[in-house]
Design a protein around this ligand. Structure first.
Ligand SMILES: Cc1cc2nc3c(=O)[nH]c(=O)nc-3n(C[C@H](O)[C@H](O)[C@H](O)COP(=O)(O)OP(=O)(O)OC[C@H]3O[C@@H](n4cnc5c(N)ncnc54)[C@H](O)[C@@H]3O)c2cc1C
Length: 385
């Protein structure tokens, strides 16, 4: 079923519909059959990696010369939406690889660095992660203490990162560290001496996704591995902007999964004299859900158009990320309510989505951070300090 109350499909090109449908089909045949088990187990379905690569989902908007699909931002968004209809952890895997690893190499790297890493990241032979957050610096990464010191032939990195998606499974980590007080990106390879990435356990959210610490203890990083084009906090924030865009679309997939589940359930669950879908209170919930989904879909589509025309501001992306995550979580909770006790079972996807969305609302800038970003934009006053 395509939930499309305002006929947004009529705005899509054939290619965009094709991308959406092929990712949707992949999620139905390959992700949904395994995801609940993986979620309960607390592991990522690694067997999906080559298939995600085959579908062209890694670095989907980057040029074909690096083995990428070179698609537009509508197609990118629709792909993220369909992936997250399956699970936020699977979408997170692709977001990190694409927006937080391939994008910075493409944007801040030299030609040699692009040739060295992008094709292997595109075909899934290399997995990457993005290390910005630290134990004491989450919403204000500019305060980071991880540092780089220039030495003969390269740099020595010291510090620790936390909450790093794919950290323990990554072959390379884009690590942000201060060099003479200025934030720079470095490619740290998993074999480098002094580098470890222990997995963080005990999550109740994004369980089908690996989250890790990164420990850098006097790690020598050769000159070749510095992303020379990066400079200051703006550089990692540019990467986050790419990922936040994907999240704004992705969470609509989670909304759709929860809404579909709740609608179907409400139509068949009989209490008192009729299906619960026939009661006004349930209808009000379902109408609220489809309305928020439609608003998010429309906002995403226009955002994609702005982005394709080079007119999307980071504040536009903040608004879509902030709103859509918030509404997705609300929808997941209402869907859980409609399913009653069944809503907590793994037989239905809603509790998994609701739990996942707690992380998605927090990472890549919390709801509050995006409020302050937009607040500063519309008032001219910064509330950060
Ligand atoms: C599953 C998961 C995966 C992640 N993956 C990655 C990754 O791959 N790479 C990476 O670098 N990071 C990653 N993160 C980290 C994520 O980006 C941070 O958790 C996020 O930026 C928030 O930081 P924090 O958790 O330290 O919260 P804090 O910054 O400590 O914030 C705590 C609370 O205080 C609020 N707050 C903070 N400052 C203000 C203020 N000025 N005004 C009002 N409220 C405020 C916040 O909004 C929040 O509600 C991941 C996180 C999770 C949960």
């Amino acid at each position: 079923m395509n939930i499309d109350y305002f006929d947004i499909e009529s705005l899509l090109s054939e290619d965009e519909i094709l991308v959406r449908n092929s990712v949707k089909q992949f999620v139905e045949s390959e992700v949904l059959p395994v995801i609940e088990e993986k979620y309960l187990e607390g592991s990522f379905p690694n067997e999906l990696i080559p298939k995600l690569a085959e579908l062209g989902l890694f670095g989907i908007t980057l040029p074909v010369e690096y083995g990428c699909a070179g698609l537009n931002n509508v197609a990118y968004g629709l792909a993220m939406q369909e992936l997250e209809r399956g699970d936020s952890g699977v979408r997170s895997f692709v977001s990190v690889q694409s927006a937080l690893v391939m994008y910075p190499i493409f944007t801040f790297g030299s030609d040699d660095q692009k040739k060295q890493w992008l094709p292997k990241l595109a075909n899934g032979n290399l997995i990457g992660c993005f290390g910005l957050t630290e134990p004491d610096y989450g919403s204000n990464p500019g305060g980071m203490v991880t540092n780089a010191k220039k030495v003969d032939g390269g740099y020595i990195l010291n510090g620790a990162k936390m909450w790093i998606t794919n950290g323990s499974v990554a072959d390379i980590a884009v690590v942000w560290a201060k060099l003479d007080g200025v934030i720079k990106g470095f490619i740290v390879e998993k074999e480098f001496k002094g580098f470890t990435a222990p997995e963080m356990k005990g999550k109740h959210s994004l369980r089908a996704s690996v989250t890790s610490e990164l420990v850098l203890d006097n790690v020598f990083v050769p000159e070749f591995n510095i992303l020379n084009g990066s400079s200051g906090l703006k550089s990692p924030l540019m990467c986050l902007n790419q990922a936040r865009y994907g999240i704004a679309w992705g969470v609509v997939g989670a909304m759709l999964a929860c809404y579909e589940s709740a609608l179907e359930y409400a139509k068949s669950r009989v209490q008192f004299s009729k299906p619960i879908a026939g009661y006004q209170l349930t209808q009000a919930k379902l109408v609220g859900m489809i309305t928020e989904i439609t608003k998010s879909q429309l906002m995403n589509y226009q955002l994609a158009k702005l982005k394709d025309n080079g007119k999307a501001k980071h504040t536009h992306i903040s608004m879509a990320k902030r709103n859509n995550c918030d509404k997705a979580l609300e929808i997941a909770r209402i869907a859980r309510e409609i399913l009653g006790a069944n809503g907590i079972l793994s037989e239905y996807p809603v509790m998994r989505h609701a739990n996942n969305l707690e992380s998605v609302k927090t990472y890549e800038g919390t709801h509050e951070m995006h409020t302050l970003i937009i607040g500063e934009d519309i008032t001219g006053f910064s509330a950060f300090d």
